[in-house]
Structures are given as structure tokens and as C-alpha cells.
Design a protein around this ligand. Structure first.
Ligand code: GNR
Ligand code: NI
Length: 180
């Protein structure tokens, strides 16, 4: 088991569109295990492979406090959506930022499990919202894209500054703005 590095906005790699999972092998099982370890440690309730720089259509979720409902979705498709509502969202790739997003509150999804077996499942509330949030990651989309460009720019500047303040002195990447 291993903790994976989570990419953070505005990292351009978060904008990649993921390709279908076609090989269900031991390496995929290991990736799924590492993603669960990373998500539980963060802690978060969902994680898309895109966030750990693996651009395949794989996402995981567990909205329970006691880690009792680990769910894996490979190549997910939403078959039906109902009842649009607003929920406050956060994202491990946009740390410390929370805002409201409108999404379907009930969905039916078809996907493959970690072994490639096709299943369908109805999700509602936070599970439905989380699945749509994770599927957006697979398209290179982030929840901040639903906010105004003014808010998104403020968030980008805040996270870039926090990143600079965290980085070791004298290690600014080429082209980075000076902090003073
Ligand atoms: O941990 C997370 N919480 C969350 C809360 C509301 C809506 C979506 C989410 S997903 C997020 C983890 C994450 O970034 N997944 O991509
Ligand atoms: Ni996210």
C-alpha cells in the first residue's frame, strides 16, 4: 500500500480527459488499494484516478465515517438523472475551498467493478453528487469551473500563494511570479 500524491488546481494535468479502463489486472487492483489509502488519509469521500495523475476512467467513493462502503466505478456512465438541487462541495485538488454547486440529487449509473464486471446502481444525495463530481474529474473538469471566473481566479491566486509559501526557499519554478 502507498500514499499517492494528489494534484492541485491549477495543475494543468487535472485538465486531461481520461481514457477507458481496458485492462483489469493486478496493477489496477493495486492502484485501487492505493487510491483508497490516499482518500481515507486525506480524508475525502471520493477520489478520481485523474487526481493522482492516472488518466483512466476510474473513481472510488466511500461516504461513510467508518469506511464501511468502499465503492469502485470503472468506465462509469450516468443512465438517468433526477431532482436538481444545490450542495456545498469541496475537492482534495482545491484544498480549503468550499462552495455550492447544482447537480442531480438522484442518478442511475452503469459501471464496471474492479474486476471488470458490469453493474448498475441507484445513488442519491451525497453519493449522487460525489459520483458526478468524480466523473467531472475524468473529463478534466473541477467544481470551481461552475463558479464565476472572478471567484475561480481568486481561488487560483490563493492556492498559488499557499503553494509558494509551502515550497522550499529558492526553488520557484521557471516563470513563477515573485512573492515580493
Ligand atoms: O472529499 C470530498 N468531499 C466532497 C464533498 C462534497 C462534494 C464532493 C466531494 S468529493 C471530495 C473529494 C474529491 O475531491 N474528490 O474528487
Ligand atoms: Ni474532487
Amino acid at each position: 500500500m502507498a500514499l499517492l500524491e494528489i494534484l492541485e488546481f491549477p495543475d494543468p494535468r487535472l485538465r486531461n480527459r481520461a481514457v477507458p479502463v481496458t485492462v483489469f489486472d493486478a496493477a489496477l487492483l493495486r492502484l485501487v488499494d492505493d487510491m483508497f489509502e490516499t482518500m481515507y488519509a486525506a480524508p475525502g469521500i471520493g477520489l478520481a484516478a485523474s487526481q493522482v495523475n492516472v488518466h483512466q476512467r476510474l473513481l472510488i467513493m466511500d461516504v461513510t465515517e467508518d469506511h464501511s462502503e468502499p465503492l469502485v466505478f470503472c468506465n462509469p456512465e450516468i443512465l438517468a438523472r433526477e431532482e436538481v438541487g444545490v450542495m456545498e462541495e469541496g475537492c482534495l485538488s482545491v484544498p480549503g475551498i468550499y462552495d455550492e454547486v447544482e447537480r442531480a440529487q438522484r442518478i442511475r449509473v452503469r459501471a464496471q467493478d474492479r474486476h471488470g464486471v458490469v453493474f448498475e446502481r441507484d445513488l442519491e444525495g451525497i453519493r449522487a453528487v460525489c459520483l458526478q463530481h468524480e466523473m467531472d474529474h475524468l473529463e478534466g473538469k473541477l467544481f470551481v469551473d461552475y463558479l464565476s471566473s472572478l471567484k475561480r481566479d481568486r481561488i487560483r491566486r490563493k492556492l498559488e500563494k499557499e503553494r509558494r509559501d509551502r515550497a522550499p526557499a529558492g526553488r520557484a519554478p521557471a516563470g513563477a511570479a515573485q512573492s515580493r
